[in-house]
Design a protein around this ligand. Structure first.
Ligand code: SF4
Length: 218
């Protein structure tokens, strides 16, 4: 098994087995990989698997078309997302919407989720232990959506999904393959970064073109 596969397995991308999931008694006591959408949303909303549950306003499960062709994966909720319970809202969300429209999609056409479902304090980077606890939920979402294309938005999502610590600038521009199903995965910059570095928007357009081509490629 390659280092990447070992990492993905450790993160629960392929082997979604949760042997010690501390789910509340009222929640279904099933491994995450067997939960349906309703059960998964219930379990996430009550999750106390990592300390981030202590300061959240609400969990941010993910939104959009649960049978989408494109799945957009970011890193973690920010303050506005924590308040509203929806990923990618505010200015970064508006920019993501514009990016999607440029690629021919409305926000409702795609499924949008984060690696973490709860906001890290002061919007710090997610920690490895938090990602390890939360990863099975994202893995199950990917399995349920079964997208034709995953767009990893930003460094944290790209690093988690690809098991790499390379800069986004080196990970973008290539069609990666995720898991045993080999789902095409394209990396691009996070809209929050693009708001700070608008000169990089042109590269994001290139990434979206690559993603569109990857989706139709055999
Ligand atoms: S971040 Fe994920 S693992 Fe941690 S409490 Fe929230 S839902 Fe649970």
């Amino acid at each position: 098994m390659s280092a990447r596969d070992a990492y993905l397995r450790a993160m629960g991308i392929e082997a979604w087995t949760l042997r010690a999931a501390p789910q509340p008694l009222s929640m279904p006591r099933m491994p995450v990989e067997r939960l349906d959408w309703t059960e998964l949303e219930q379990v996430v909303s009550a999750c106390v698997r990592c300390p981030l549950h202590l300061n959240r306003t609400r969990t941010v499960f993910g939104v959009g078309n649960r049978h989408a062709e494109w799945m957009i994966i970011g890193e973690a909720p920010g303050a506005e997302e924590d308040r509203r319970g929806e990923p990618f809202v505010g200015r970064a969300g508006q920019l993501l919407d514009a990016m999607l429209r440029a690629a021919g999609f409305d926000r409702a056409d795609v499924f949008i989720a984060n690696v973490l479902k709860c906001r890290p304090p002061r919007n710090r980077d997610p920690q490895g232990a938090e990602i390890a606890q939360c990863a099975p939920y994202l893995a199950r979402q990917i399995e349920l959506v079964a997208p034709k294309l995953i767009l990893a938005v930003g460094r944290i999502a790209a690093h988690h999904l690809l098991g790499s610590d390379a800069p986004v600038g080196r990970l973008r521009g290539t069609v990666h393959r995720l898991g045993a199903a080999g789902v095409p995965l394209v990396v691009t910059y996070h809209p929050a970064y693009l708001l700070r570095s608008p000169g990089e928007k042109r590269k994001t357009w290139q990434d979206l073109c690559l993603a569109r081509a990857a989706m139709v490629a055999p």
